[in-house]
Design a binder for this molecule. Structure first.
Ligand code: ATP
Length: 306
């Protein structure tokens, strides 16, 4: 028996080693697991866009099943209107824009555009209908003109210039050493976050889509830049269905509806005035941001007088 137990122990040892090895491999695959790519259904049709009314119906979503991000979100962006999503950092605001653009699919509920479920149409036709101004625009290592024309490759030079004016970036580009022929991107001139965002807006002006998603840059912008971006956006979003993912509240004052997201649910909704009057989460966010802006301005004044 003694003779037999040694090899059995040994086998047990080997077995445990192998099990441990397998667990490590399983964990490794978990780590390597890439987001399941969203694919077109075999019967996917083209999105037929009229004026681009958006509806979120009881949308549930999580990146990781253990941590739900959206827990039943319903709202409408009526055709031609602007709806802004606000809320604390990490509330799931940008996730909403990624779901509309269909980087991911909802796990429950549905998102529709003019009554068509975004999962039932081709991604190409969906994305053709949407102009996305992301938080951080990646520019091609090419000229400014190329980067703007990307919105509609057939655009003429005059149209590129006009789009830059509408996006409030024309004066900046004209002042560059080589104007619209200046090379930008990683290997060219580095643009600031606000400048890149205005290039992205110019692109969108050329694309002229019925639907616009603006995922505002999180980084703080100076007041002048902020006003310029706001003016650019007011022009492009006119008569377009617009979803604004707002990290700064100054951009949402004129939205037709403001949705306040908290812990994956809609905590409050209304206009800027009605939400301030309600004196809830939005009002406290607003007061905090205003105090921060005032403190910053005071600091600047002190520095300037030095
Ligand atoms: P902020 O105002 O800080 O930009 P947000 O409200 O836009 O925040 P989201 O970007 O929607 O927040 O992220 C919501 C939550 O989901 C965060 O906790 C974030 O860490 C998590 N998250 C975002 N993207 C992923 C991802 N690709 N994989 C896993 N978790 C993610």
């Amino acid at each position: 028996l003694m003779q037999l137990s040694v090899p059995l122990n040994f086998i047990g040892f080997v077995y445990r080693e192998i099990r441990q090895g397998l667990t490590d491999i399983e964990q490794m695959f978990d780590l390597l697991e890439v987001e399941p790519e969203v694919v077109d259904r075999p019967d996917a049709g083209e999105l037929a866009v009229g004026r681009g009314a958006i509806a979120f119906r009881d949308v549930h979503f999580s990146y990781d099943p253990a941590r739900p991000i959206l827990k039943g979100i319903s709202f409408d962006v009526p055709a031609g209107r602007t709806v802004a999503i606000v809320g604390p950092s990490g509330a799931g605001k940008s996730t909403i824009s990624r779901l509309l653009y269909r980087f991911y699919d909802v796990q429950e509920g549905a998102i529709t555009i003019d009554g068509q479920d975004v999962r039932a149409v081709t991604q190409k036709s969906l994305r053709d209908a949407i102009g996305m101004v992301p938080q951080d625009t990646v520019l091609f290592n090419d000229t400014v003109a190329y980067n703007i024309r990307y919105g509609r490759p057939s655009a003429t030079e005059e149209e590129v210039f006009a789009a830059a004016e509408i996006a409030q970036i024309g004066h900046f580009i004209r002042a560059l050493p080589e104007g619209f022929d200046t090379r930008v991107g990683e290997r060219g001139l580095k643009l600031s976050g606000g400048e890149k965002q205005r290039v992205a807006i110019a692109r969108t002006v050329l694309k002229a889509p019925p639907i616009l998603i603006l995922d505002e840059a999180t980084s703080a912008l100076d007041t002048t830049t902020e006003h310029e971006i706001q003016a650019a956006l007011d022009t492009v979003s006119k008569n377009r269905t617009t979803l604004v993912i707002a990290h700064r509240l100054s951009t949402v004052i004129n939205a037709d509806e403001i949705i306040v997201l908290r812990d994956g649910l809609i905590a409050e909704r209304g206009t800027h005035a009605s939400l301030l009057a309600a004196d809830g989460l939005y009002a406290s966010m607003w007061n905090r941001q205003r105090e921060a802006v005032q403190a910053e301005e005071q600091l600047r004044k002190v520095r300037e007088s030095d």
